[in-house]
Design a protein around this ligand. Sequence first.
Ligand code: ATP
Length: 491
Amino acid sequence: MDAIISLCKRRGFAFQSSEIYGGLGGFFDYGPLGCALKKNIKDFWWREMVQLRENVVGLDSSVIGGSKMWEASGHVAGFSDPMVDCRESGMRYRADQLFFSPVAISGKTICHLSILDSPQMEEDALAMARSLLKKRGESAAPDKLRLRPIAEATAEELRQIPSPATGTIGALTAPRAFNLMFRTSIGAVSDASATAYLRPETAQGIFVNFQNVLASSRLKLPFGIGQIGKAFRNEITPRNFLFRMREFEQMELEYFIDPDADWCRIHGEWVESRLAWYRSIGIGDKFLGKEVHAQEKLAHYARACTDITFRYPFGVCELEGIAARGDFDLRCHSAASGKALDYFDGDKHFMPHVIEPSAGVDRVFLAVLCAAYGEDEIGGERRTLLRLDPKIAPVKVAVLPLLKNRNDLLQLSREIFLKLRRRWNAVWDSSGAIGRRYRRMDEIGTPLAVTVDFESLENGSVTMRFRDSAEQVRLSIGELESAIGNLVDWK
Ligand code: ATP
């Protein structure tokens, strides 16, 4: 993770927000290369999920919504995470990420505390608890050690648990609900009617526009409405770089279906289709996984939910959630607004059910970087490279004059560059030895480099170098555009 974070800062992918003022926790700014990569990811999602599907349309709804809407959706009352405070340091923790392992030793309970971002870390936490006991000269039978969520701790056990911030035993409070929504107020009046919220998900904007879109677009079930946009959650513990942020972006699709349709099959098809999308942007199967939520852990409105997971350096975590939400959302908004949010099919009218593939742009961005990051040796020199799929690479091609002190090389390479950049994000770079320039491009994932050399001046040919293999081919300047197009354009 450190190598990726450092690459992001060094080469301008992502920076801590307000860094010069000490940084703002949970907020990040995307630099020149970062915003290009992020835009390519979003554009490719939009193409595959909206543009290429005849029965899917797009939407761009407001970020701020009035309190009526968020009360109806259940977010004001229930969009919260359980939180635990350390009384001594004021630090706050997600209670569902705190686990403890109580062991009774000579009649006394000793509790070791672990913070777990993902269930896969359980083994590591248990190993730590074991080694802690060993250090104290205690020998608890290994099968006696098990992790329990802090929410299950009795008052007595809570008094035995050390604070992760200060180590003080008994400094943690019991868990309580913490609402994750950012509240604001609209206009100059500051009474309750002015209260509004920054959306914690883009989905509700789709549900409240269901009738508008239906009436204006002549869609027939099944159909989908897709949206990409910012979402805001006042996360208790933002962490792991771009993985858990307070301001992030989502790519969501609400796919409306007939309540009598085989939702289970349709849900399964979406899971497979989304996995195929991740593969198509260069994320290999060794990184991807599926996690089916157990029935008893489902949100009350969901019938099924499958997460697509990614093996990040810090653990296997959720990349995207694909939920079957029934008609919960439309029903709530219809009841609260008094507006019929029905679908008419001949003499039948009903509320459609919905399948929701919901992905986080920033988590995909981080996954793409983690999957592409590599270090190897080319011609006896070490290099760092991003093996990004050309479809989403921020820069598609670099144009490089072999030497910088030759006007004829500079001029011809500029001509080629100015032509290519009309079609693709291209860069022209003349500074430093050619090998160093190649490596600078490898490090940001540029799939192709075109070098203009003396032979170019003689016979109008250039070399094209491929990032991953470092191999080069020679081709004529006239062939260049179609050769690059074949390699980097979306098919
Ligand atoms: P988690 O359990 O990790 O908090 P979630 O299940 O609450 O996530 P959803 O409400 O299903 O997340 O949101 C859909 C998607 O939005 C997630 O799969 C994730 O990619 C993204 N997402 C959610 N919260 C954040 C966040 N704080 N930072 C970045 N992306 C997020």
